[in-house]
Design a protein around this ligand. Structure first.
Ligand SMILES: C[S@@+](CC[C@H](N)C(=O)[O-])C[C@H]1O[C@@H](n2cnc3c(N)ncnc32)[C@H](O)[C@@H]1O
Length: 308
């Protein structure tokens, strides 16, 4: 057994308003979600934790966090679909809220009149859940996967506080990002996106095995279903880089339908081609917002065609 290690009280990399800056309080989580109890155990540092390589444990932790912090009593996703790390998803929402605030005399705009389009809402519906709870924004969530849309619809239907706040739209053409989703005359304050990262199913599978091996501290050759990847959540032709380029090119055609377009960029080496695409479409303002979730560094890139 390792010696009890002193942990910092806060995860300073997370956004100051992120509710997950402190270590998870498992006693509190178990009180509201008793099903989590059998999965909580002391880790090598004698801190309460779960085995993050155990799909069921991660799922139950997410359910507990969503219940405790976001008022979502019922949350489930089909087997094999992406179980999102909630602190990182919350960071995107808070940082992008700051961006909106910086164009609103320093005041973050809140309430349902702020309309946000989540490109690739996924089966987990995570960004609308967090964005609606934290800032009261209303959401349209799009996806190309009928199963994802159905699952997100189920989450909205079973939680009274989400009803009427999140609308879901199936994107009929996987080559399109905005067309087929944004309606004539419709206006959004913001679009957000966590794009499919990998360029093929095999690459996504290898990524999952790498993640599991890191968590287990030994080489894993067969993935369980906990991090998803069975469907097209984690991969698309050309991966993140091509997906975002397509998004940027197509955003120009929707320049007057949205104030800020934005996307997560997981890999810094993709930034060069992202900036070059943004130059081509003549975005008038481009922001790169770094995020640091401790074990993972990423960034949001946001752009607008509106001169203010
Ligand atoms: C990495 S997942 C993100 C899911 C969820 N937003 C999250 O952060 O956990 C990417 C999502 O984009 C969807 N997707 C892929 N191409 C799309 C497109 N052209 N339009 C809308 N969604 C798309 C996938 O089906 C998948 O659900």
């Amino acid at each position: 057994m390792l010696q009890k290690k002193e942990h910092p009280k806060e995860k300073p990399g997370l956004h100051p308003r992120n509710k997950h800056r402190t270590r998870y309080n498992f006693k509190e989580l178990i009180r509201s979600s008793p099903a989590l109890a059998p999965f909580v155990r002391l880790n090598d540092y004698e801190d309460e934790s779960i085995d993050f390589a155990n799909a069921e444990a991660v799922m139950l932790l997410n359910k507990a966090l969503l219940k405790q912090y976001y008022g979502v009593d019922y949350w489930s996703i089909p087997p094999g679909y992406l179980c999102p790390p909630i602190p990182g998803r919350a960071d995107y929402i808070h940082y992008i809220a700051d961006l909106l605030g910086s164009y609103n005399n320093g005041v973050i705009p809140t309430g349902p009149q702020i309309k946000c389009l989540d490109i690739g809402v996924g089966a987990n519906c995570i960004y609308p859940i967090i964005g609606n709870k934290e800032y009261g924004w209303s959401f349209v969530g799009s996806d190309i996967e009928p199963v994802a849309i159905q699952s997100a619809a189920n989450i909205i239907e079973t939680n009274a506080r989400l009803k009427g706040k999140v609308e879901l739209r199936l994107q009929p053409n996987s080559k399109d990002i905005f067309r087929g989703v944004i309606r004539t005359g419709e206006h959004f304050d913001l679009t957000i996106c966590n794009p499919p990262f990998h360029a093929s199913w095999e690459e996504a599978q290898a990524g999952t095995l790498r993640k599991l091996s890191n968590l287990k501290g030994k080489r894993i050759t067969k993935a369980t279903l906990n991090f998803g990847g069975k469907n097209k959540e984690l991969w698309c032709e050309g991966g993140e880089e091509k997906f975002v380029q397509k998004m940027i090119t197509q955003s120009k055609l929707m320049a007057s339908s949205c104030f800020w377009f934005s996307t997560l960029i997981a890999k810094s080496s993709h930034l060069k081609s992202v900036y070059s695409a943004l130059k081509k479409v003549e975005a008038v303002d481009v922001r790169t917002i770094p995020m640091n979730q401790g074990n993972k560094v990423s960034r949001i890139v946001a752009w607008t065609y509106v001169n203010r």
